[in-house]
Design a protein around this ligand. Structure first.
Ligand code: INI
Length: 155
């Protein structure tokens, strides 16, 4: 018989850290609303959620690492929006935040999920922050709960 490990989607009794960037705040705030909605609907308690604001997406990984290292959270959610401009700046910020969040996950051993919209323009970003292409914040919360349960079962 094979042994299968898979996570329940539940926030009950779990603690969550959220790192969110202020840059493109119009989009970030909608990602936060989506994440909070998903966590609450799945039984998470607001008292068990800590939200840390940082200036921009580039600054997220270092704070996500600190939150993971603190040992207080069952999962850490990273939320933000990187939108392409006229220069290559977007590529540097987007690449660093993607790599940095993945590194935080592996270095801390705490599920650290990527809820950062990377888009070519504001319209694309809004579509992914609660309009016609869903809400990446909601998706990140869903993944965070699933991974928190997988990690707990693997202990
Ligand atoms: N930060 C973002 O979150 N999104 C962006 O689109 C962005 N762009 O394009 O510049 C951005 N830049 C700021 C960066 O994340 C840092 O806050 C800054 O470099 C200080 O470390």
């Amino acid at each position: 018989m094979s042994k299968v490990v898979e996570g329940k989607i539940s926030g009950e009794g779990r603690t969550f850290g959220i790192v969110i960037s202020r840059f493109n705040e119009f989009v970030s705030l909608r990602l936060l609303e989506g994440a909070m909605d998903c966590l609450r609907r799945h039984g998470a308690d607001d008292d068990d959620i800590t939200i840390v604001w940082v200036p921009g997406a580039f600054d997220i990984p270092a704070v996500a690492k600190r939150m993971g290292d603190a040992g207080k959270y069952d999962a850490v959610l990273c939320l933000g929006a990187v939108i392409r401009g006229a220069t290559p700046h977007f590529d540097y910020v987007a690449a660093e935040v993607a790599k940095g969040v993945a590194n935080a996950a592996t270095q801390t051993g705490v599920p650290t999920v990527f809820g950062i919209v990377t888009a070519d323009n504001l319209e694309q970003a809004i579509e992914r922050a609660g309009a016609k292409a869903g809400n990446r914040g909601w998706d990140a919360a869903h993944a965070a709960m699933e991974l928190a349960d997988v990690y707990a079962k693997m202990e």
